[in-house]
Ligand binder design. Structure first.
Ligand SMILES: Cc1cc2nc3c(=O)[nH]c(=O)nc-3n(C[C@H](O)[C@H](O)[C@H](O)COP(=O)(O)O)c2cc1C
Length: 295
């Protein structure tokens, strides 16, 4: 049985709790948000308490918390109270260090966009500008700001409705959809760690929509359940790709050398789980000398 360190946030000061929280719930996308105050002065800041929560209406939420250091509201929050519009950008690796510059707690009169040497283009609907060089830009209007408290660290959930989604054409695949391999987006982890989404770090996994495509744990042959070779991830792939000849499997004898067979299956699994199943089936069948082919 694994051991766990268990934390109760009610008994831990904010300064100690915060690193646990942001280090545990990872990765988090980063909303790099432009806003303007009522005079039109722009502001840019990153927020990793961010995601989308509804498709229609299309809703994005981020949270400029009450500052843990100063107890003050963030400039982004104050601007949104004056002009309830923003542009949310995802951060490409190329602009990671610039994003980091814009997190500084500059006084409101400082323009972080100029500081970081960034260029802007006008938005089509909202007043805050768009940051050049960002592959995904969301023009959004504030629907609601939900305050989770007034004490330091309390989230101020900015619930925005997405008005326009701008996608740089360079990042689109042949179907016109955003291709994660072309976006080079970064995500926030704990402490000063970040993740970079690259082709090497991606994997493809189709959702099994039809319950008949999934094998139940009870159907899984015993030697696979007890395998010393196959990992929990491998077993997951086998379960998610139920072969059509499960009933036949149950009639065949156990493999004589399960480790060797499981090793061969493992090589095929990441590419094609059905091939791994076929190998298993054919090997058991050869051992039992039954003539029938997989159906
Ligand atoms: C990657 C990253 C993510 C951040 N996420 C948040 C967040 O979700 N909420 C928050 O209040 N501050 C967050 N911060 C800190 C703010 O960016 C920082 O307080 C900034 O000064 C706020 O700018 P503003 O006062 O111009 O709005 C983050 C900083 C970085 C570098």
């Amino acid at each position: 049985m694994s051991e766990y360190k268990t934390l109760d946030p009610t008994h831990i000061p904010l300064k100690e709790w915060h690193p646990y929280l942001i280090g545990s719930i990872i990765p988090r996308p980063i909303a790099w948000v432009t806003t303007v105050n009522r005079e039109g002065r722009p502001n840019l800041a990153p927020f990793s308490y961010f995601n989308v929560f509804s498709s229609k209406p299309p809703i994005a939420v981020f949270s400029p918390s009450t500052s843990a250091r100063t107890g003050q509201k963030k400039d982004t929050h104050n601007n949104l109270l004056e002009v309830p519009e923003c542009v949310i950008h995802l951060v490409p690796y190329a602009l990671a260090a610039r994003m980091n510059i814009t997190t500084g707690e500059y006084p409101p009169e400082i323009n972080e966009i100029e500081r970081a040497g960034l260029e802007t283009v006008p938005s089509l609907i909202v007043r805050p500008p768009r940051i050049k060089g960002t592959p995904v830009q969301i023009e959004a209007r504030v629907r609601d700001i939900l305050s989770l408290g007034e004490t330091p660290g309390a989230g101020q959930l900015v619930i925005t409705e997405i008005l326009l989604l701008h996608l740089e054409t360079r990042i689109l695949d042949e179907k016109g959809l955003p291709d994660p391999r072309k976006m080079d987006i970064i995500a926030r982890l704990g402490e000063f760690w970040y993740a970079r989404i690259t082709s090497e770090s991606l994997f493809w996994m189709k959702q099994p929509r039809n319950p008949a495509e999934v094998m139940s744990w009870a159907e899984l042959p015993q030697d696979l359940k007890e395998s010393r070779i196959l990992t929990a991830a491998d077993i997951g792939h086998l379960l998610a790709h139920r072969p059509p000849y499960v009933e036949q499997l149950a009639t065949l004898p156990k493999p004589a050398h399960p480790d060797a067979l499981h090793m061969q299956m493992q090589k095929l699994l990441s590419q094609d789980p059905q091939e791994a199943w076929r190998l298993y089936f054919e090997s058991l069948q050869a051992a039992s000398n039954t003539p029938s082919k997989p159906r």
